[in-house]
Design a protein around this ligand. Sequence first.
Ligand SMILES: CC(C)(COP(=O)(O)OP(=O)(O)OC[C@H]1O[C@@H](n2cnc3c(N)ncnc32)[C@H](O)[C@@H]1OP(=O)(O)O)[C@@H](O)C(=O)NCCC(=O)NCCS
Length: 435
Amino acid sequence: MSDTNATGETLTVRDNRTGQEYDIPITDNAIKAKDLGQIRLDDDTPGLCTYDPGFTNTASCRSAVTFIDGEKGILEYRGYPIEQLAESSTFLEVAYLLIHGDLPDKAQYEQWVHDITYHTFVHENVKTFMQGFRYDGHPMGMLEASVAALSTFYPESSNITDADNRNMQIVRMIAKMPTLGAWAFRHAQGKPYVYPDNDLSYTENFLAMLFKMSEQKYEPDPRLAKALDVLFILHADHEQNCSANAVRSVGSSQVDPYSSVAAGIGALYGPLHGGANEAVLRMLRRIGSKENIPGFIEGVKNGDEKLMGFGHRVYKNYDPRAKIIKKTCDEVFEVTGVNPLLEIAQELEKIALEDDYFISRKLYPNVDFYSGLIYEALNFPPEMFTVLFAIGRTPGWLAQWLELVQDKDQKIARPKQIYTGDRGLEFTPREERWK
Ligand SMILES: CC(C)(COP(=O)(O)OP(=O)(O)OC[C@H]1O[C@@H](n2cnc3c(N)ncnc32)[C@H](O)[C@@H]1OP(=O)(O)O)[C@@H](O)C(=O)NCCC(=O)NCCS
């Protein structure tokens, strides 16, 4: 954070151990954790620090990428409300907005789409590499490893101080992510990998690489391609979440962007982050019918399990993305037919939103509650859901990474700890311990 404190606002802290008072500047409604370091009991005791597992109340950066007001249910990319972007933009335009900070003019947009389309192919050795995975390898594990491996194909990517070089890797990564994701999907099915078709749009091409068989030209239903495009927009960024934090943390060592994004993919793989929609589907299947919902809800309230797809660290209101997804559900089901689990999901939502347990804890449906139903209708197996999330999130990770590497305030990420272990023990040699 910059040292300017234009408002002159301060926080007075009194250390009751010593009786001493400290004036700590407040900037942007935050104090610098480092300023607490001057508060110490005596010269032998380290300065005061904050204890914040999970960073629930710690800002790690200044960022101009994404704004969220969790209480009001607002999400904006570079100042534009998510509802307007989902309604009127395209995923690649949103990607440009996130990376460049502004909407493109016509020439910039055409160049951007051209560049990304041009870079959809991967080196043939990437294909060989991916073919080496076990037949039942999880596609997220394959994606994570393949993205990390791209750093070996583009060793110049380690030159992160060069703006043109950075831009090249950003274009490559957004372009190649659907290719790698689709190939991970084909691999599990034992089907040949399909090369990109650069006559198609970003999402159409992705669908073609997933589902094309022997036909000369794969023609995806434009309504499904549009639905997928909207889902990618909704997932494109979400400020300092677990995976963005992983990208920034690894990126702070100044490693190449492929390694940083691979760390983000690893974080997204976890069930509390990107894996939740897969868990929602499993939960809905287990509930099986509307009659079983009250019993299930009782179990959740007794703490037996969580209602997956509900609750969010930031949103204490209806997740704005969940509202848009609900609408997208209707559009997709018009083409594919209604997913029978939808009825259970809707009833579950209705009952939960009227129940005091969920109301008092401000637990509302999040982005994952309905997205799994759409993905299933599009013929994706649950293991692929997080891969779709990762493809959508890639521009966000890269925008966060780009901001990080240009931020003069940033240092290598290195939190403090409160040590709770033993000290100064005497080492006993093995021969004596094992007697
Ligand atoms: C997303 C999530 C990890 C946020 O966790 P968090 O901000 O740390 O919230 P907490 O775990 O402190 O939850 C606060 C309270 O609500 C309860 N709670 C949170 N999510 C819940 C859920 N989905 N079902 C039932 N209870 C839930 C907690 O048990 C806790 O209750 P308590 O105060 O009686 O102990 C959490 O809501 C969750 O696990 N949800 C389900 C998984 C999911 O959908 N993840 C996708 C996120 S996009």
